[in-house]
Design a protein around this ligand. Structure first.
Ligand code: HPA
Ligand code: ZN
Length: 350
C-alpha cells in the first residue's frame, strides 16, 4: 500500500463549498414570537425582572404538550410577557435569522402580533423598531433578505384590528403585508373585511391563516372576501375537491407547516400528512416552521422531517423550495427572485 495521502489541517475552500448543504428556501410562515426558545425566555425574564411560573427550562419545555391550537396559544401569549424592550425584539429576530441561515433559508417573510404586545403596554413602535432593525441587518449579518407581515388577532374585535392598523401607520415603510392569525374557529375571515380593505388601500399585500382548524369555507372567504394572495396553512382544503381544483387553477400558494400540524393535532402523525397528495394534485405547497421553538423544528428540520416521513424525492423537495421563492413577496426585486430560483435549480442534494 503505497498511496500517499496528503492531509491538510483545514478542508480546502472548494471542498467545503461543493459539499451539499441544505436546499435554499424561503420561509413564508413564521411567527417571530414563536421563535422564543426556553433559554431565551429565561434570559429575557431575568433582565426584565419578570418571574416565570416555571422553575427551569426543562419544566417549561414539559409544558409544550399541546392538544390543539388554543392550548398552544395560551402558552404562546403567556410567555410573551418576557418581551418588553426594543432590544428583546431585536435579539429575538436576530437569533431567528442566524438559525434560519444555517438551514438554507435565503429569504424570510416574518409575522408579528402587535396586539399581543400593545395589550400589555408595550408600544407598537418598540416592537416594530426592534424587529425591523434586526431584519434590515439580516442581509449583511446572515445573508437573508426579509419582509415583515403585521398580523391581526382574529379572536380580538374588528375594531381592535382597525386601531392596530392605524397605530402602525407611521411604520408602514417597514411593513409589506397584513395577515390574520390566532384562534380560528368562530372567527371567520369575513369579520375582517374592512381592515383588509383599508390595508389594501394603504398598499399592503394580504395573507391569512385559513383551514388550519377552520373549515374549507374559511379558505374560500379569505380568497373572496379578503382577497388574500397566499393562504397560511390551508391544510383542510383537501376536504373540498372543488376548492382544491380552484387553488390549483389560481396557483394559490399554501404555506404548510408540517411539524406544527403534528404538535397541534391537525394530523395524527407526520406520515399521515396530506403533503404528497397535495403536490401530486398540483397545489402550490410550501413548507414552513410556524412557531419553531414550540413545535420541534425550524425550516430545515421541517424539510428533513417530511422528506423522511413521507419519502419525498429530490424533485419534490426542489418543487417545495422553488414554490417558496415563487410565492414570496419579491415583486419589487425580481432579479433577486431569479437568483434564488437559479440556486434551487442547481442545488445538489446530499
Ligand atoms: N395558528 C394560528 N395562530 C397562530 C399560530 C398558528 O399556528 N401560531 C401563532 N399564532
Ligand atoms: Zn401560523
Amino acid at each position: 500500500m503505497s498511496h500517499t495521502v496528503s492531509v491538510s489541517p483545514h478542508p480546502s475552500p472548494t471542498a467545503s463549498s461543493t459539499a451539499p448543504g441544505p436546499v435554499p428556501k424561503a420561509e413564508l410562515h413564521l411567527h417571530i414570537e414563536g421563535t422564543l426558545e426556553p433559554a431565551q425566555a429565561f434570559a429575557f425574564a431575568a433582565r426584565n425582572g419578570i418571574t416565570l411560573p416555571y422553575a427551569d427550562e426543562a419544566e417549561l419545555t414539559a409544558a409544550y404538550a399541546f392538544e390543539d391550537l388554543q392550548s398552544f396559544l395560551d402558552l404562546y401569549y403567556a410567555l410573551m410577557a418576557v418581551l418588553r424592550t426594543e432590544r428583546d425584539f431585536f435579539e429575538l429576530a436576530d437569533a431567528y435569522l442566524a438559525r434560519a441561515a444555517e438551514q438554507g433559508v435565503r429569504h424570510a417573510e416574518i409575522f408579528f402580533d402587535p396586539q399581543a404586545h400593545t395589550c400589555r403596554g408595550v408600544p407598537i413602535g418598540t416592537v416594530i423598531e426592534g424587529l425591523s432593525r434586526a431584519l434590515a441587518a439580516g442581509e449583511e449579518r446572515h445573508g437573508i433578505s426579509t419582509r415583515l407581515i403585521l398580523c391581526f388577532l382574529r379572536d380580538q374585535s374588528a375594531e381592535s384590528a382597525l386601531q392596530t392598523l392605524e397605530e402602525a401607520r407611521p411604520y408602514l415603510d417597514r411593513i409589506t403585508a397584513v395577515g390574520l392569525d390566532s384562534a380560528e374557529v368562530g372567527h371567520p375571515p369575513s369579520k375582517f373585511r374592512e381592515v383588509f380593505a383599508a390595508a389594501e388601500a394603504l398598499g399592503l399585500r394580504k395573507v391569512a391563516h385559513a383551514g388550519e382548524e377552520g373549515p374549507p369555507a374559511y379558505i374560500v372567504e379569505a380568497l373572496d372576501v379578503l382577497g388574500v394572495e397566499r393562504i397560511d396553512h390551508g391544510l383542510r382544503c383537501v376536504e373540498d375537491p372543488a376548492l382544491v381544483e380552484r387553488l390549483v387553477r389560481e396557483r394559490m400558494p399554501l404555506t404548510l407547516c408540517p411539524l406544527s400540524n403534528v404538535r397541534l393535532r391537525a394530523v395524527d402523525t407526520l406520515a399521515d400528512h396530506p403533503l404528497p397528495g397535495m403536490l401530486r394534485a398540483g397545489l402550490m405547497a410550501t413548507v414552513n416552521s410556524d412557531d419553531p421553538a414550540y413545535f420541534g423544528g425550524y425550516a430545515g428540520e421541517n424539510f428533513d422531517a417530511v422528506r423522511d416521513a413521507l419519502a419525498l424525492g429530490e424533485e419534490e423537495l426542489r418543487t417545495l423550495a422553488r414554490n417558496s421563492f415563487l410565492a414570496a413577496f419579491l415583486d419589487d426585486d425580481e432579479e433577486r427572485r431569479a437568483r434564488y430560483l437559479a440556486e434551487v435549480e442547481s442545488h445538489t442534494f446530499g
